[in-house]
Design a protein around this ligand. Sequence first.
Ligand SMILES: [Mg+2]
Length: 277
Amino acid sequence: MGEPAPVRLVFTDLDATLLDRETYLWDEAAPALAACRERGIPVILVSSKTRAEMEVVSRNLGLSEHPFVTENGGGVVFPLAGPLAPPPEARQERDVFVLSQGTPYPELVRALNAIRGELGLSITGFSDLTPAQLAGMTGLSEAEAGLAAQRNFDEPFFAISPVDLAAFTRQSVRLGLAVTPGGRFSHLHGQNDKGRAVGRLLSLYARLGPVVSMALGDADNDLPMLQAVDFPVWLGDPGRAPDLPGLSTPPHPGPRGWNLAVSSFLLQTDPRVSGWT
Ligand SMILES: [Mg+2]
């Protein structure tokens, strides 16, 4: 009788969203995380971090049975055994399946070298550095820098002048690539973003039943993901909140705001109470 209960999904950025901006802790989000786990609701991590970095975080958060999205949508990583079957084009790599949505890393490094040479720019990419040098330049430990250096779909490079960045971006676009400017680093990558990867996952979950989705983020690279879901949540600077229908902006940033927003999503979409369809 009646409609099947909807499949509820929570997509979330990591830094300054589920993880505290300064401490990288998520204690304040623990109650809502536990509530999702009890209800079998997937919490899907969507980050600019590499697979090697995210495997550690996913395990620590107890989310290893769910897929996660790496390198700003470049890759979608599925566990070998989980409630969601990976699509047939995902390739098995050791103990996971990886769905590639971006441009392979060696191509990005070749493009960076070519453009740098052509324009005579002095640009330092992650691929130019050893983990020890990267650690020295980022403040990461050498072990963390080693994980951050295991890249598949995105080459970060250290900030250059706005004029040089504009020239670099023009050449990249000519090669079919894209540049996302950032504070300390900018990123060279293919035609991937967080929204495309989330869209792909939404269509895979839709095979299991009607889907109700939420996403939480704090920065520009989260916007395509926020646009892709039913319940977008902004945890960034309130003055920079995007103009999106239905956007909610909790009164606290980071994991504390995350806890509030996810708790309210669980309540609002609880099929026993709300009749939400
Ligand atoms: Mg963030």
